[in-house]
Design a protein around this ligand. Structure first.
Ligand code: MRU
Length: 417
């Protein structure tokens, strides 16, 4: 089963908003339905956004049958514009869109509309199968960070649902489990849209991997209490210096891991690396609707009417907190820049459809944010954390051994020894 399939001009997706209650497929027949599916997170996760972005452009090129090559490319460009505007943070989306568009433009006009459209479909399908291979390669490279009987904490959902293959971080977890390492997974619920509780817990149970769910706020404390031997996550965009944008809540996990001397590993294909962005401060962070926070999954209201909300969908983890970035080409460690350039330097097209960063916040929120920055300015905080991290790493091994014993009891589904 694949989470996205091309069926003779239709795009069929697993509707991720319905899981785990219902496993249902949805057929996307035009650009508007593809854009709606991306905005509402029916299809989500960086690699999947690259795949659907490419397929969406190819679909617009292919149907209805264009009178000539010019008309076809014009329609594909309009679709590219619409789709690129749906979500700003995961760079895979514009990467997939631009790659398919560039393929269409590279075919001589004299080849005719039919041939150009087919080459764009082929290119979009190539993105999907390349991602499938990348998932396998990443999962193998990442194995050196897993310990036998380790306790592995992950955030958001990074499995088959949001890639062309077995997943990124969750693919690596699956590989470790299938290799007989006897690991236990702690999945964060991932507020506000619960990708961890709804999707990761579902994938883990389908795979028969022992796991426990925790609320996001509990995870840093578990790491600090030495109950975790590895934190492993995916990414939505990796800057040239190794700063990583990922689901909001990733940064506190990285801080806790650095403080406790626990490895913090990011697994992502090179289609997620954006060398045009120098560091994380230039990555646009998507701000989503307040209703996602004030109500649980759009149904039960949990905050008083009129409550102001700040709802960034992602946060930025500085490279200084990251132990390793694993791509399909291998493992990058600090300083990340040279290795990332080597790994991702060749394959990028220009980001002609990259959306501009959105205005960050309304005036009242901005005032509050400025106050917060004055109190906990990032430049003052970062240096001590990385120093602590080095000191902590020196003593990490014996502490982690103790943690496995402690975690063995509370995690449901853990076999008695
Ligand atoms: O808002 P989402 O659910 O699309 O965010 C997804 C994430 O943050 C994932 O961790 C990331 O895209 C990696 S997916 C393999």
């Amino acid at each position: 089963m694949r989470s996205i399939e091309w069926r003779d001009g239709d795009i069929v997706i697993i509707d991720q908003t319905l899981l785990p209650a219902r496993l249902e497929f949805r057929t996307l027949t035009d650009t508007e339905s593809v854009a709606e599916a991306i905005r509402s997170l029916r299809v989500r996760g960086a690699p999947a956004l690259g795949i659907i972005g490419g397929l969406g452009v190819a679909q617009a090129a292919r149907r209805p049958k264009a009178a000539n090559a010019n008309a076809l490319l014009e329609r594909a460009e309009q679709a590219a514009e619409t789709l690129a505007g749906t979500r700003p943070t995961a760079v895979n989306l514009t990467w997939g869109i631009d790659r398919v568009l560039a393929k269409g433009r590279a075919i001589p006009m004299t080849a005719g509309a039919l041939r150009i459209a087919q080459s764009m479909v082929d290119e979009a399908l190539a993105i999907q199968s390349e991602d499938e291979e990348a998932c396998l390669a990443m999962s193998k490279h990442a194995q050196e960070f897993f310990q036998p009987r380790g306790v592995v904490l992950t955030h958001c959902n990074t499995g088959f649902l949001c890639t062309g293959g077995i997943g990124t971080a969750l693919g690596a977890i699956r590989h470790a489990h299938e290799s007989g390492l006897d690991i236990v997974v702690i999945a964060t619920e991932t507020r506000p849209l619960l990708q961890g509780a709804r999707l990761t817990a579902w994938e883990l149970s389908q795979l028969g991997i022992p796991h426990a769910l925790v609320v996001d706020g509990a995870a840093p404390g578990l790491i600090a209490r030495e109950e975790v031997s590895l934190v492993i996550v995916g990414a939505d965009r990796i800057a040239a210096n190794g700063d990583v944008a990922n689901k909001v809540g990733t940064y506190p996990l990285a801080l806790a891991a650095a403080t406790a001397g626990v490895p913090f590993v990011v697994v992502a294909p090179t289609s997620t690396v954006d060398l045009s962005v120098t560091d994380g401060s230039a990555i646009p962070v998507e701000e989503r609707a307040p209703g996602e926070v004030t109500a649980i999954l759009g149904s039960q209201q949990i905050a008083p009417p009129g409550t102001q909300v700040i709802n960034p969908a992602f946060d930025i983890t500085p490279a200084s907190l990251i132990t390793a970035i694993v791509t399909e080409h291998g493992i990058a460690r600090a300083p990340f820049g040279p290795t990332l350039r080597q790994m991702a330097g060749g394959g990028k097209t220009s980001r002609s459809h990259a959306p501009k960063p959105r205005a960050k916040a309304k005036p009242m929120k901005l005032k509050q944010r400025q106050t917060a920055t004055r109190v906990t300015g990032p430049s003052k905080k970062r240096a001590p954390v990385s120093k602590r991290s080095k000191a902590a790493k020196r003593t990490a091994a014996p502490r982690r051994a103790a943690s496995r014993k402690r975690v063995a009891k509370p995690v449901p589904g853990r076999r008695a020894r």
